[in-house]
Structures are given as structure tokens and as C-alpha cells.
Design a binder for this molecule. Structure first.
Ligand code: MG
Length: 287
């Protein structure tokens, strides 16, 4: 199942993407908020609701981010070897101790940075003019996780989505801690859907591809992650409670703008498209 949120007369409505149609669940009696629905998933009669609800043509629907995070989006830095190498070579990482880390490098992005498909990434929110893209697969937590082993970790996953971990590189460097450079408004495009884990059990076999203005910039299998999804969940849940609806962006592959010499940052009029097999394509213009 591919869960979406869409704009419905100024409101946010819950839906399911099914081919070229969106099933409109807004009158189904299910919770209208994705995080709430995920929390109640096991007892929610979602299959019945989908069968009984009206359908809209997908092209006539404006999709929103598939959920509104209740807290910061968790994110992992330098989690693909080739990207770790290009990032290290750029000399830009103010906190780098070694190229490939021994433990996951975890930071967060403010929830106010989240936008949906086709919403613009606003360059004016980066006063340093060094805005870069990072195509990433993101995990959506389904069941609360605390002290979960690697073997049990996938049982706590609700599904997968796409995040563009848009980054103001000079802010990332200037403030040492990455949070400021990662959190400008509009710097966390998310979507288009959350694909449930039962529909896409082997995320490792999916490929991540990022295009800027149609030019292929990033291409890597999710299986290239240095710290895989079970490791990330085990590591985080060893110290904190992961809750339903929490989002973990798992890191980006080689081919970001900072990897070019000189760096190639986003400019007004660019379009960034991130595709992951089984999830879809997240496209955002840059203004
Ligand atoms: Mg990233």
C-alpha cells in the first residue's frame, strides 16, 4: 500500500495511491493524520476503507508530504562509502574525524523544514547561497522501538519514503553542528508516498536515483548503505524510544553538488527529482 496525503479543499486528507488513482480516505472514519493512523494500524480496518472509498484521478490531486512529523526528522550522514569519499575530498565537513565513520553519524532536521512533492525549495532561506541536494531513502517507524535487536528491527518499520536532505553547505560548516544547515524552511521535501514494508520488504534491492534538470547525478542501490536499516534502528533504540511516525533519512549516495570541483549548488529554476524503485519520484522545483 502506498499512503499519501493530499490537498482537499484547503484541508489535508489521507489517501492511498493505486495506479493512476488516489483512494480518498477522508470520509472513511480512519484517522486523518498519518502518524495517528500508523499508531492504530493493527486495529484500523484500512483494507476495508480502501475498498469502500471514492477514487480520484491522481493527476488531478495535489499531493502533500505523506506525514507531518511530530518531532525532528532523524538523519544519517556519510552512510554511503562513495559519498563519504567525495564529501571528505571536498574538505567541507567541519566535524569530520575520519572518512568512513565507525558508528552512524546522526543529526536531525527541524520538522518545519518538511514540504511535499512539487513544492518549491526556497533558496532565500539559505543566506549563504550554498544550497545542495541529497537524495535519500527514509524509514518510517511503525511500532515503538526501544532496545530492539538488529534481528527484530524490521518488525518496527512501517514503510519507506523519499527525503531530499537539502543542505545549506556553508551553514553546515559554519555552525559545526549540522542542525542549522539542514533545517531551513523547505529543506526537507518528502514523498510522494509511504510504501508499506509488506509491499516492499527488500528495500536493499531498490535503487536511488537523483536527477537535476533531467541530468542523472546520483545512482546507487540502497544495499550500499554502510549502516543498514536494522543497524540504524538497533543503534538509535538502544538509547531512545523510536515512536510510530518517526522518520529516519538513511543518508545520500555519491553525486551531490559539493562533490563537484568547484561545487555545483542549486540555482533558481532547477528541478530536483529523486526516484526509488517501489516508492516513486519526489520532484521539487527550486526558486
Ligand atoms: Mg543527508
Amino acid at each position: 500500500m502506498r499512503l499519501v496525503n493530499f490537498a482537499n479543499d484547503g484541508d489535508r486528507a489521507l489517501g492511498v495511491l493505486d495506479g493512476d488513482e488516489v483512494v480518498d480516505l477522508s470520509a472513511s472514519g480512519l484517522p486523518g493524520d498519518t502518524v495517528e493512523l500508523i499508531s492504530q494500524w493493527d486495529r484500523a480496518k484500512v483494507e476495508h476503507a480502501v475498498a469502500d472509498s471514492p477514487r480520484l484521478q491522481a493527476h488531478a490531486v495535489r499531493l502533500l508530504a505523506p506525514l507531518r512529523p511530530r518531532k525532528n526528522v532523524l538523519a544519517v550522514g556519510r552512510n554511503y562509502r562513495d559519498h563519504a569519499r567525495e564529501f571528505s575530498a571536498s574538505g567541507f565537513d567541519a566535524s569530520e574525524k575520519q572518512m568512513v565513520p565507525d558508528f552512524p553519524v546522526v543529526f536531525t532536521k527541524a520538522p518545519t523544514s518538511v514540504i511535499g512533492p512539487d513544492e518549491p525549495i526556497v533558496l532565500a532561506n539559505d543566506p549563504t547561497g550554498s544550497t545542495d541536494y541529497e537524495g535519500e531513502m527514509a524509514v518510517v517507524i511503525g511500532k515503538a522501538a526501544r532496545n530492539v535487536s538488529r534481528d527484530d528491527a524490521l518488525g518496527h518499520v512501517f514503510g519507506w519514503t523519499i527525503v531530499n536532505d537539502v543542505t545549506a553547505r556553508d551553514l553546515q560548516k559554519r555552525h559545526v553542528q549540522w542542525f542549522v544547515g539542514k533545517s531551513p524552511d523547505t529543506f526537507c521535501p518528502m514523498g510522494p508516498a509511504i510504501t508499506t514494508i509488506d509491499e516492499l520488504p527488500d528495500i536493499g534491492s531498490s535503487w536511488l536515483r537523483t536527477r537535476v534538470n533531467g541530468e542523472l547525478r546520483q545512482e546507487a542501490p540502497i544495499s550500499d548503505l554502510i549502516f543498514d536499516v536494522p543497524t540504524l534502528i538497533a543503534t538509535l533504540s538502544e538509547v531512545m524510544t523510536l515512536e510510530p511516525g518517526d522518520v529516519i533519512a538513511t543518508g545520500t549516495g555519491e553525486g551531490v553538488g559539493i562533490g563537484f570541483d568547484p561545487p555545483v549548488y542549486l540555482g533558481s529554476g532547477d528541478v530536483v527529482e529523486i526516484s526509488i524503485d517501489g516508492i516513486g519520484t519526489l520532484s521539487n522545483p527550486v526558486v
